[in-house]
Structures are given as C-alpha cells and as structure tokens.
Write a protein that binds this ligand. Structure first.
Ligand SMILES: [Ca+2]
Length: 93
C-alpha cells in the first residue's frame, strides 16, 4: 500500500506526506516504504520502482496486494475453443 505517511492510522490517500515519508527512507531497506513490486510486498530496497508505484497511486488509494492476473483458466480456454470451432463450422456449412 502506498499510503506510507499514515501507517497505523491510514488515511487511504497517497499524497505529499507519503512522498516525503518515502524520500526520507530513500535507498534504505525500510519495509514501510518498500512497496514495489506489489506482488512480493517489496524487493528489499526503496527505489525508483517504489516511487513509480506511489506516483501511480497519487491522490488515490492503492491496492493492498497485486490484482489477480487476467489469465483465463484452462476450462475457459476449452469452452472458447469449442465456441470458435462451432462458429467456423457454421460459417463453412
Ligand atoms: Ca522496492
């Protein structure tokens, strides 16, 4: 979560206070500001990736964890393939 400045009492808005809190922790291993990559809750260093995430959430809230990848399940792919084959058969008939 990029709402760094108000840890313990989050205001859920990423703003200048959060930017200041991140810059105060720049190039440290402070987990409070090590927010990127989101999928792993940080990579051990507060750097440009963390700043980029903070700026991407500017004046907004940020997700607490990475969104689920948009990869269809195998059953969905099978149904999609069946639909395409059926459609092609109807067109060629
Ligand atoms: Ca990081």
């Amino acid at each position: 979560m990029a709402d760094i400045a108000s840890v313990g009492a989050p205001d859920d808005i990423v703003d200048g206070a959060d930017l200041g809190a991140m810059l105060a922790r720049w190039k440290t291993t402070d987990p409070v500001a090590d927010i990127a990559p989101l999928a792993t809750n940080g990579d051990g260093i507060v750097d440009g990736a963390d700043l980029g995430m903070l700026l991407a959430c500017w004046k907004n809230t940020c997700p607490a964890s990475a969104p689920a990848p948009a990869v269809p399940e195998p059953a969905t792919l099978a149904m999609l393939a069946f639909g395409v084959v059926t459609l092609l058969r109807r067109r060629s008939a």
